[in-house]
Design a binder for this molecule. Structure first.
Ligand code: ATP
Ligand code: MG
Length: 237
């Protein structure tokens, strides 16, 4: 059997010190295979975002191991982790997090500026990403001129512009109505199937989790259970 792309073993996370300390994760074990579409569910405070931040190399476990492509991420320093993040990971958040007064195109180009890509290549890659999310005609509009659903599409284009292996999305439809949410889920499903990108998405809504192949349920800082082969007809490549 193939090795998982991502593997957490006994991951704990403690915030704060002494009597103010809070144990947010209590020994999380999970494996994610390349090409999967995973929904992470669970009550508020159960550790979903804490886990996503660790998987996204934005934070480190207090104890336990995080293997990405067989590399022990918990043993990397900050610079190595940020290289890994830029090379392999893309992020989408609930609040879109776009720069105001900056066009969709410029927002999508941003990660490529950090990577030091030349102007022409940046432009072409950003337009290709906007094309994937259906927003080529909106490339010169600023966020305030776009609907919530369109803004989230720009954020997704920005997350995938550098061709990451993994797309991490923390409640990507949390600020959208149900029709716009379904459109975002269809977009993520399409990216998963056509680009083979591994998608990990936190959601509170069962209707959105239905789009995933695997559902991981968190409870009280632990994985409570995992449902696999959840969506018939969606096969791993
Ligand atoms: N930086 C922090 N400092 C202290 N405690 C924190 C910090 N971040 C999270 N926590 C606590 O850790 C626990 C898990 O938080 P987390 O954000 O992972 O929950 P969640 O499952 O994403 O919840 P929600 O569904 O509300 O987004 C919560 O009790 C939270 O208050
Ligand atoms: Mg959260």
């Amino acid at each position: 059997m193939a090795e998982p792309l991502i593997s957490l073993k006994g991951v704990t996370k403690r915030y704060g010190e002494g009597t103010a300390a809070f144990q947010a994760l209590k020994g999380v074990d999970l494996d994610i295979m390349a090409g999967d579409f995973v929904a992470v569910m669970g009550p508020s405070g159960s550790g979903k975002s804490t886990t996503m931040n660790i998987l996204g190399c934005l934070d480190v476990p207090t104890t336990g191991s995080f293997l990405f492509k067989g590399v022990h991420v918990e043993g990397l320093d900050r610079d190595q982790r940020s290289l890994l993040r830029r090379r392999y990971l893309g992020f989408v958040f609930q609040g879109f997090n776009l720069l105001a007064r900056t066009t969709a195109l410029e927002n999508v180009e941003l990660p490529l500026i950090y990577r030091g890509e030349a102007r022409k290549k940046r432009h072409d890659m950003a337009m290709a990403a906007l094309d994937k999310v259906g927003l080529v005609d909106w490339s010169h509009h600023t966020p305030s001129e776009l609907s919530g659903g369109q803004q989230q599409r720009v954020a997704i284009a920005r997350a995938i512009v550098a061709h990451p292996d993994v797309l991490l999305a923390d409640e990507p439809t949390g600020n959208l109505d149900s029709q716009r949410s379904i459109e975002i889920m269809e977009l993520l499903t399409g990216l998963n199937q056509t680009s083979g990108i591994t998608v990990l998405m936190v959601t509170h809504e069962a209707d959105m989790a239905k789009f995933a192949r695997t559902i991981i349920h968190f409870k009280d800082g632990l994985v409570e259970r995992t449902e696999t082969g959840h969506r018939p007809g969606l096969e791993l490549a």
